[in-house]
Design a protein around this ligand. Sequence first.
Ligand SMILES: NC(=O)c1ccc[n+]([C@@H]2O[C@H](COP(=O)([O-])OP(=O)(O)OC[C@H]3O[C@@H](n4cnc5c(N)ncnc54)[C@H](OP(=O)(O)O)[C@@H]3O)[C@@H](O)[C@H]2O)c1
Length: 282
Amino acid sequence: MAEWTAEDIPDQRGRTVVVTGANSGLGAQASRMLAAAGATVIMACRDPEKARDVADGEVRRLDLADLSSVRAFADGLDEVDVLINNAGVMAVPKATTADGFERHIGVNHLGPFTLTGLLIDRVRDRVVTVSSGLHVLGRIHDDLNWERRRYQRWLAYAQSKLANLLFAYELQRRLSSAGRSTISVAAHPGVSATEGQRRDTSLQGKILAGGRAQAPEMGALPIVYAATAPGVDGGSYIGPDGFAQRNGYPTVVRSSRRSRDTALAAELWARSERLTGLTYPL
Ligand SMILES: NC(=O)c1ccc[n+]([C@@H]2O[C@H](COP(=O)([O-])OP(=O)(O)OC[C@H]3O[C@@H](n4cnc5c(N)ncnc54)[C@H](OP(=O)(O)O)[C@@H]3O)[C@@H](O)[C@H]2O)c1
C-alpha cells in the first residue's frame, strides 16, 4: 500500500462518527482528522469538559467503567455511520468498575462490548475497535477479573487488548452470518506518544513500549484509515507498516494466533454476554 496520510481521508461530509475517549491522545487526534474531513463527530468522553476544545463536534458523556452510563449514552443516539471504540486504560493500578469488573477488562472490553451491542442496529457502515501490539502477551483467564491471582497491570492490559481482537473478529463473523453489511475492523496505533503512554514511567513500561514513540498524528492514522478507507475488509486488522508494527503508515497487519482462535472468541463472547447482561441482536 502506498503511504496513506491524512490527505487521503475520503470526504466525510454527511457521515457521523462516534469516537470514544475523544478528549485525549489518539481519540482527540482522530476526532480532529475526521472533523477536518467533514464528518460530524460525536466525542464520547467520561468528562465532557475536557473535550470542549478538541475538535468541532458534539461532546457527550460516556463512562465505560459504568454500564448504566453506557446504556444512557446509547439511548440518546440516532443512527451513525461509524463507531470507534478507542477509549482505554493502560497498565493502571488494580481497581474495579461500577459493575465490579477489573478496570482493564471492564473499560477496555466489557464497556465497548456493551456499547457496540446496544448500537449495532444503528451503525450503518462499520465498527472500529482499537487494540494494541501488546495483545500478544495476553491470555484470557478463567479469572477474568484478577480476583484469585497476583495482579499484574501490564498483563491485565494485555488480556483486555487480546479481548478487543477476539471481539472484533467474532463481531465480523456474526455480522456476516446475519447478512449485515456493517463491518467490524480492528486497528492499533503502534507506539504513540500520548497521555496513556507517558503516564507509565516504570522500566517495565519503557521496555514494553519499545523505544521511541511516534507522534499521535501518526498513531491515529491506522484508526482513521480503518474507519474511513473504502477498501477495508471486515475482520481485518490495521496497524503501522514499520519495524515490528511500532510506527509507520497504515497497512493490514497480522495478529497473534490466539487472537484468531474462534473457539476462544465464542467463549469470551458468551462470558461477556453473561457478565454484562446484554444479548446481541445477531
Ligand atoms: N499510545 C499508545 O502507544 C498505544 C499503543 C497501543 C494501543 N493504544 C490504544 O489506543 C487507545 C487510546 O489510547 P491513548 O494512547 O490515546 O491514551 P490516552 O491519551 O490515555 O487516552 C485514553 C482515552 O480513554 C479515555 N477513558 C479512560 N477511561 C475511560 C472510561 N471509563 N470511560 C470513557 N473513556 C475513558 C480517557 O479519558 P480520560 O482523559 O477522562 O481519562 C482518554 O480520553 C487505547 O485503547 C489504547 O489501548 C495506545
